[in-house]
Design a protein around this ligand. Structure first.
Ligand code: HAM
Length: 421
């Protein structure tokens, strides 16, 4: 039998319901902060990510799904959303002389080693703010994150880590100092870190290898290289977080795996998901718009890993209601089918939160009631020639010890509304 591609999951109905709940909650919070939705292509020119995310990053070096289009153009399934977002806003002239606050949601693709919380197709909900240079918008993005965690009840499981990479010149000076320090010691580094030494040395700070960590203990420290302006930006940010009562820890080793960051970087991390602890990550990327051909424009944003957030939500709310339907309409004879559909539609209109399933495929009432039971519905509605003649379907309570009732439509709506979903 054909199987799905490794790292690409099927999200089956019960889990899909949780994804929907979590995503809808995030969308509602983003809406409340007046962020507007952008819908972007899954495929982009490969060059966008090479230039945007950075040639030396793991993503571009070894994780992209890249293929030749039929005309030979190299195209890539998006590994993240920020570069495409900038591309789209530039292409449509939406960054010129204006600010933008936008969000996007959808699948991203990275050829990573799959494990719990890490997939090759995964979902992100990302938020980006353009044209705003001050730390106030950095704070807004963190407040927005906290509002999301609160709305989902996962706030106690997450902590905010922040750092500053400084202005590009400071970052470059630090990079050079780190390379100078590590080069004579490269024989003692783990193989991944050795490979990163010329391409992406800051990422070595992330290494979990004990020998590498021991060497890093005496390495030059990023905070010593930060320029004054960035230091002030970072301090203002911290005061504002304190004023907003958003707890955080400064992690000077937090450097992020994408090249476009400048100044503020942050991650919301959890200890509840094993090694895949980053649930949301982002930062400022003031140089990316220019890198992609626009005028210098400050920008900052984050992306939430929806798959990980869903796993976290499951720990807080282990069981979501498993029923597929609330009302199951049993059709007692083929002549009543039209009326059954009409009743079901009227109920859907009158009770928009109810899920109403009409039986298909005929059969005896007993078998239809079995299906009703399997659907998890609390109510069955019996619709046949007698009910049609009386203008009143019979309401049967499937999960309570209550008498079956014959009710006309208004009474039926009232009875269901009173019982609730
Ligand atoms: P990122 O750190 O690469 O940043 O990804 C953001 C989040 O996506 C991660 O914290 C994680 O929750 C989730 N994620 C990443 N890879 C996987 C995977 N293989 N499986 C499951 N979840 C994953 C970015 O993508 C930036 N574009 C964020 C950003 C937006 N920075 C500024 N604006």
């Amino acid at each position: 039998m054909l199987q799905s591609i490794r790292g690409m999951r099927d999200v089956l109905p019960v889990e899909a319901r949780r994804f929907r709940l979590v995503e809808d909650t995030l969308r509602a919070v983003l809406r409340g902060y007046a962020y507007e939705e952008l819908q972007l292509p899954l495929l982009e020119p490969t060059e966008l990510f090479a230039r945007g995310v950075g040639e030396g990053t793991d993503i571009v070096e070894k994780e992209m799904y890249t293929l030749a289009d039929r005309d030979g153009e190299s195209i890539t399934l998006r590994p993240e959303g920020t570069a495409g977002c900038v591309r789209a806003l530039l292409q449509h002239g939406l960054l010129f002389n204006q600010t933008q606050r936008v969000y996007y949601a959808g699948p991203m693709f990275r050829y990573e080693r799959p494990q719990k919380g890490r997939y090759r197709q995964f979902q992100q909900v990302g938020a980006e703010a353009f044209g705003l240079a001050g730390p106030d918008v950095d704070v807004e993005l963190m407040a927005l994150g906290r509002a999301c965690w609160r709305a989902l009840g996962v706030e106690p499981l997450l902590r905010l880590e922040i750092n500053t990479l400084g202005a590009p010149a400071a970052r470059a000076a630090y990079r050079a100092a780190l390379v100078d320090y590590l080069t004579p010691r490269q024989g003692e580094l783990d193989p991944d870190s050795r490979r990163r030494l010329d391409r992406n040395p800051l990422r070595i700070l992330d290494s979990k290898d004990p020998a590498t960590q021991a060497i890093l203990a005496d390495a030059p420290r990023l905070p010593d290289f930060i320029d004054d302006e960035s230091a002030v930006h970072f301090e203002t940010l911290q005061s504002a977080l304190t004023a907003l009562d958003i707890p955080f820890v400064v992690n000077p080793r937090l450097v992020r795996g994408l090249d476009y960051y400048t100044q503020t970087v942050f991650e919301w991390v959890t200890d509840a998901l094993g090694s895949q602890g980053a649930v949301c990550a982002g930062g400022r990327y003031d140089g990316l718009i220019e890198e992609l051909g626009g005028r210098p424009t400050p920008a900052a944003g984050f992306a939430i890993g929806l798959d990980r957030l869903v796993l976290l939500h499951e720990q807080v709310v282990p069981v979501l209601e498993a029923a597929a339907a609330d009302v199951y309409v049993c059709v007692l004879d083929s002549e009543s089918l039209g009326w059954a559909f009409a009743i079901a539609d009227k109920l859907r209109q009158a009770l928009p939160t109810f899920r109403i399933r009409v039986h298909a495929g005929g059969g005896k009432l007993k078998n239809q009631l079995k299906r009703a039971d399997q659907s998890g519905a609390r109510f069955a509605l019996l619709v046949g020639a007698d009910e049609m003649a009386a203008g009143a379907p019979s309401l049967k309570y499937l999960r309570e010890d209550r008498e079956q009732q014959s009710l006309d439509l208004p009474a039926l709506v009232q009875a269901l509304a009173a019982a609730g979903v």
